[in-house]
Ligand binder design. Structure first.
Ligand SMILES: Nc1ncnc2c1ncn2[C@@H]1O[C@H](COP(=O)(O)OP(=O)(O)OP(=O)(O)O)[C@@H](O)[C@H]1O
Ligand SMILES: [Mg+2]
Length: 219
């Protein structure tokens, strides 16, 4: 259920590992700031002192014995802290909050990918966030194997990234199913193109959203 108390705008970026979220996040942030929007950025997992500690536990390849439910709850715990400490205060100040991943990541990676069930993970996250969902979510969609190619050359992979191609295909399928079920909130962007082309689509989707549904937060 939408949270009526907030005054700002909440936008998240989603997609598989290596699909270009952080690249587009930075570009979008700069483009919106240049247009005078008061942008406030957060990243997941982490984004707070407590959340960063949780992040290191979740991503550490040494933690191979982690139970799927424990993984889902750790992500939810990090998110609960992020919402309480950073996102809600920023929204209350009328900021445009940009999140690099949010609840949809858990629905796709843990709910579907780990087989915990999307409904169960949604419930846990509803509790963690007090029901706070983004106003707009941009789903960067691309072939999972190509997205991973970007990553492997850049740095060593974390615990989640080490999961196989079947896992990533399941995650992508769930992301697309979420977008199909809620097309008002989730917009699919073809991320299998050059960075500039993807950026143009990301920015257009956001500006279109702000034009039709924004609530006068522009500074
Ligand atoms: N459209 C693109 N075409 C080619 N390379 C790209 C594109 N977008 C990003 N890259 C490159 O791919 C790599 C991964 O990009 P980025 O870190 O933005 O992905 P990410 O989705 O944030 O990954 P993660 O989920 O691991 O945080 C980077 O080296 C980046 O420069
Ligand atoms: Mg990233």
């Amino acid at each position: 259920m939408p949270d009526r108390r907030k005054q700002g705008v909440f936008i998240s970026l989603e997609g598989l590992d290596g699909v270009g979220k952080s690249t587009q996040f930075d570009r979008l942030c700069r483009a919106l700031e240049a247009r005078g929007w008061p942008v406030f950025t957060v990243r997941e997992p982490g984004g707070t002192a407590i959340g960063e500690k949780v992040r290191s536990i979740v991503l550490d390849p040494a933690n191979h014995e982690m139970a799927p439910a424990a993984e889902a709850l750790l992500y939810a715990a990090s998110r609960a802290q992020l919402v309480e400490e950073r996102i809600r205060p920023a929204l209350a100040q009328g900021k445009l909050v940009l999140a690099d991943r949010y609840v949809d990541s858990s629905l796709a990676y843990q709910g579907r990918g780990l087989g915990l069930g999307v409904g169960a993970v949604r419930e846990v996250n509803g509790f963690a966030t007090g029901g706070l969902l983004p106003d707009l979510t941009l789903l960067l969609d691309a072939d999972p194997d190509r997205a991973m190619d970007h990553l492997t050359s850049a740095r060593s992979s974390d615990r989640i990234e080490r999961r196989g191609p079947d896992y990533r295909r399941d995650v992508r399928r769930e992301y697309l199913a979420l977008a199909e079920a809620d097309p008002d909130r989730l917009k699919v962007i073809d991320a299998g193109r050059g960075i500039d082309e993807v950026h143009q689509d990301v920015l257009s989707a956001v500006l279109e959203f702000l034009k039709t549904r924004g609530r006068g937060v522009r500074a």
